[in-house]
Design a protein around this ligand. Structure first.
Ligand code: MTE
Ligand code: MO
Length: 335
C-alpha cells in the first residue's frame, strides 16, 4: 500500500514534469514595471509557488494522473461536456495575474498570494454546456471529494475565471491542484478555487450546500477589501527619523484606489500605491514616516474602486471573512 502510494506519487510528479504548457492566446506581462517596490520584508508582488499559502481538507495530497483525468460538466445543462487534459490544453488559453485569498485569513494574516495563472476561461466551457435557467450554482468537485459552490452568474460575467493548468510559468504544483484547478478573481478560495477539479455540476444554491457551507460558512463568498502592514515587521525596533512603512492591499475585481496610514490614532496619511497588472491583484503601498522616539501604533486602511473604505469594525473570519484595520505596535529608538 505504502509502496503503491509512493510509486503513484513518482508517476504523477513525472507526468507533471512532462507537461508542456501551451502558449497563451492572450498573454500577460511579467511583473509590471513599478509593481514591486523592492522593500525588504515586503511581500513580493509575485508570490513564488514554494511559499504560496495552502489550504487542504485532504490529509494526503491527491495524486491525479493527467492521463486519466476527465472534467465532466453536467447536471442542469442542455449539453453535458466531458473533456480530457489533452482537450483542455488544446483550447485557447489566457494568462492572468490573479490574487487568491482565504476566507479564514485574519486581519494582518498571510493566507493570500498573487500568481500568474494560465488557463481556459470557465465561461467558454459553460457556454458549451449551455446551462438551464435556474442553475445558479456551479458545484465544483475535487478528486478528493471536496466541493466548492460558485455563482454561475459570476463565472459568466466577463471576469477572468479560469480552469488553470499553469502557475507562475510552470504546470500547477501538485499541492496547488495539479493537473487542473479553478481560480476566480474576487471570490474567496472556498467558494471558487477548487483544486484537483474533476467535475462541475450545474445546480441551485437551494439544492445543495458545498463543503464549507455545510460547516456554517457563508453560501456566497465575495472577498472583502483588505490591507496589511508588512514593514516594519511586528516587534521590530526602528530608529527615529525617516522610516518606510509598507504593505499590500487587495480588493480583487474592484481594485484598490487608495491606502492610508495613521499613527497613534491620528490623521490618515495617503500612502503611495505601486502599479499593478489589473484590478484582480493586490497592490503594494508605502509611506514615509518621520518617526519619533517611543512606542507607537500604526494602522492601515484601504479604499476600493467602489468608493468603499475598510471598516474599523472588527469581525472574525467566520462566517464570511474578517474585517478591521491591521494595526501594529512599533518601538522607535533614538535616531
Ligand atoms: N480540493 C480542494 N480544493 C480547495 C481546497 C481544499 O481544501 N480542497 N481549499 C480551498 C480554499 S479554502 C482555498 S483558500 C484555496 C487555497 O488554494 P491554495 O492551497 O492553492 O492556496 O483552495 C480552495 N480549494
Ligand atoms: Mo480558504
Amino acid at each position: 500500500m505504502a509502496g503503491r502510494l509512493l510509486s503513484t506519487r513518482r508517476g504523477v510528479a513525472a507526468a507533471r514534469d512532462a507537461v508542456v504548457l501551451p502558449t497563451p492566446a492572450s498573454a500577460t506581462s511579467g511583473v509590471p514595471a513599478g509593481a514591486d517596490l523592492g522593500v525588504p520584508d515586503l511581500a513580493p508582488y509575485q508570490t513564488p509557488n514554494r511559499i504560496f499559502y495552502r489550504i487542504d481538507t485532504a490529509l494526503v495530497v491527491p495524486q491525479v494522473d493527467p492521463g486519466n483525468w476527465r472534467l465532466r460538466i453536467y447536471g442542469r445543462v442542455r449539453k453535458p461536456v466531458e473533456i480530457t487534459f489533452a482537450d483542455l490544453l488544446a483550447r485557447p488559453m489566457v494568462e492572468r495575474w490573479i490574487t487568491l485569498c482565504c476566507v479564514s485569513n485574519e486581519v494582518g494574516g498571510d493566507l493570500v498570494g498573487n500568481a500568474r495563472w494560465l488557463g481556459v476561461p470557465v465561461a467558454d466551457l459553460l457556454d458549451q454546456a449551455d446551462p438551464l435557467d435556474g442553475a445558479d450554482q456551479v458545484l465544483s468537485r475535487s478528486a478528493d471529494g471536496f466541493t466548492c459552490g460558485t455563482p454561475t452568474a459570476v463565472l459568466r460575467d466577463g471576469r477572468d475565471a479560469l480552469l488553470a493548468v499553469g502557475m507562475n510559468g510552470e504546470p500547477l504544483p501538485v499541492d496547488h491542484g495539479f493537473p487542473v484547478r479553478m481560480v476566480v478573481p474576487g471570490l474567496y478560495g472556498y467558494v471558487s478555487a477548487c483544486k484537483w477539479i474533476v467535475g462541475m455540476e450545474l445546480t441551485g444554491f437551494d439544492d445543495v450546500d458545498a463543503y464549507w457551507v455545510q460547516r456554517g460558512w457563508a453560501r456566497k463568498g465575495p472577498i472583502k477589501t483588505q490591507s496589511r502592514i508588512d514593514v516594519p515587521r511586528r516587534g521590530r525596533e526602528v530608529r527615529a527619523g525617516a522610516v518606510t512603512v509598507a504593505g499590500v492591499a487587495w480588493a480583487q475585481h474592484r481594485g484598490i484606489t487608495s491606502v492610508e496610514v495613521s499613527v497613534d490614532q491620528g490623521e490618515w496619511h495617503p500612502a503611495t500605491l505601486a502599479t499593478t497588472a489589473s484590478i484582480d491583484t493586490w497592490r503594494q503601498w508605502s509611506w514615509q514616516w518621520d518617526a519619533t522616539p517611543g512606542r507607537h501604533t500604526l494602522a492601515v486602511r484601504a479604499t476600493d474602486a467602489g468608493g468603499e473604505t475598510q471598516t474599523a469594525q472588527e469581525a472574525e473570519p467566520y462566517p464570511d471573512g474578517a474585517t478591521g484595520w491591521d494595526t501594529i505596535q512599533v518601538t522607535v529608538g533614538p535616531g
